[in-house]
Design a protein around this ligand. Structure first.
Ligand code: HEM
Length: 438
């Protein structure tokens, strides 16, 4: 096996690689080194531990005894939501009661309050709602560039599409959509490094929250619509209705969790199918295959590659001991390319037989020779927008493929997918995607 013959140099990882442009563009060679030679890697420079093999990442996601997500801890020093431009949301919570309640708030809208028994009905309703607004938003935006035969798909489509879908679902006036998109973009920039970005992001959040106030009041007084704001102001959770602040927090969460992620998902899908024209031809022949393209993208190079956890006790693994309260990074992007699980993992193939396709399962799936991707995490914090993201992305890609005959990259030197600078909180995707079509 290569492990016995690899030289010291071949095994070596210099931790500054994680801050480099090389790694932002192509982390996959480092991922392979991690998996093969350092399945538990201690990055002393950044103070992190890393897991990168599929089975280890999968098991760790499901292990709530040893790992906790909490960004915020009871004994501080960070106060819940105090520094995040999106304010306090479930995304910062650990494994406790507050997290369970918050999942209920979200699930009550998207998957059903009483998860188990309501899943079929509410999923159908959510699916129909998303479908409706996805189509409207995709068609509206596409009108703008369809005549020209050229588009920067990122600038002119993916960056705004998920936000317009969310705005539509909330039942906000269509004439306010541009403003809604602008606030969102300031919020995302606010995740970047630098006080000025942060200040402008927080200001955008305050303006957005003030904008929402009259809609909340009006729909509380007259709850006749079937939009999401009406649904959440009238929903009862544990016998109580949500406060105004909680309703606004919910909107912020939708933007924080469902904006940039879905934006990048669509960009990544297009980048990979354009690199594989034979597969693009198959997608044109049978548009239902976009669903598989989504799943393979979520394995091959999804928008989110890492999730952080804190240990709740010492953990002994691979002849090392992670201390209590150690920072552990689950390298799910590396796990998704694990050759122990996926054959030819560095090949993008929407027809691969070893990938579990179809609706994601929160416990992960590994049977019949098929494994699930880990792009939505699994277990207690499993993504709550998995169905929404899939449906939005697939609908957009189907409509775009139809609207762009003979689509191709405009430039030979297109940059492709890149991760934002370390610590900015953004996701992997193309920053530009200039296309031409007939
Ligand atoms: C392709 C797009 C998306 C990707 C790649 C993605 C990825 C993820 C991942 C990896 C997690 C796990 C976090 C963890 O383990 O700590 C997560 C959680 C979450 N996602 Fe998504 N997500 C996407 C779209 C969405 C959308 C559209 C929504 C809208 C509702 C959403 C809502 C959430 C929520 C609420 C959580 C937190 C669940 C919890 O902590 O219990 N996501 N997402």
């Amino acid at each position: 096996m290569s492990e016995t013959v690899a030289s010291e140099e071949e095994r070596l990882i210099i931790p500054t690689i994680f801050d480099s442009d090389e790694y932002r563009k192509d982390p996959f060679p480092t991922y392979k080194k991690l998996r093969d030679y350092h399945p538990l890697y201690h990055d002393r420079f950044h103070g992190n531990w890393m897991l990168s093999r599929y089975e280890d990442v999968r098991a760790a996601f499901l292990d709530n005894e040893n790992y906790n997500r909490a960004v915020y801890e009871e004994d501080g020093p960070y106060e819940f939501g105090s520094e995040n431009v999106f304010g306090p949301t479930i995304l910062e919570l650990g494994n406790g009661e507050k997290h369970r309640w918050s999942r209920g708030v979200v699930a009550g809208q998207f998957i059903g309050k009483n998860l188990e028994s309501f899943i079929p009905t509410i999923e159908r309703i959510a699916a129909e709602t998303i479908d409706l607004f996805s189509r409207r938003a995709a068609e509206d935006i596409a009108k703008g560039f369809i005549e020209t035969g050229e588009v920067d798909l990122v600038e002119q489509f993916t960056i705004q599409y998920p936000i317009r879908v969310i705005s539509g679902m909330l039942g906000l006036p269509r004439e306010d959509e541009d403003q809604f998109v602008e606030w969102y973009q300031l919020l995302i920039e606010g995740l970047g490094i630098g006080e000025e970005f942060h200040r402008r992001g927080v200001q955008a959040r305050e303006e957005l929250n003030a904008y929402l106030d009259p809609f909340i009041q009006e729909r509380r007084a007259n709850p006749v619509g079937d939009d999401l704001i009406t649904k959440i102001v009238t929903a009862e959770l544990g016998g109580q209705r949500m406060t105004d602040a909680e309703v606004k927090g919910f909107v912020n969460l939708l933007l924080a969790a469902g904006g940039d992620t879905t934006d990048k998902a669509i960009g990544n899908m297009w980048w990979f199918v354009l690199q594989n024209p034979d597969q693009l031809a198959e997608l044109k022949r049978d548009p239902s295959l976009w669903d598989r393209a989504f799943t393979e993208m979520m394995r091959y190079d999804p928008p989110v590659h890492t999730q952080g956890r804190r240990t709740q006790r010492e953990i002994a693994m691979y002849d090392q001991v992670i201390p209590n309260r150690g920072n552990v990074i689950f390298q799910l992007g590396a796990a998704n390319r694990d050759e122990r699980v996926f054959k030819d993992p560095d090949k993008f193939d929407i027809f691969r037989k070893d990938l579990y396709c179809g609706k994601e399962m929160r416990v992960g799936y590994y049977a019949n020779g098929e494994a699930s991707h880990l792009g939505f995490g699994i277990g207690k914090h499993f993504c709550m927008g998995y169905a929404m993201a899939r449906q939005e992305s697939v609908i957009a890609c189907q409509l775009l493929a139809e609207a762009m005959p003979n689509v191709r990259l405009k430039r030979d030197d297109a940059q492709g997918i890149i991760a934002p600078v370390f610590g900015s909180g953004g996701f992997r995707g193309p920053t530009k995607l200039e296309l031409q079509f007939d």
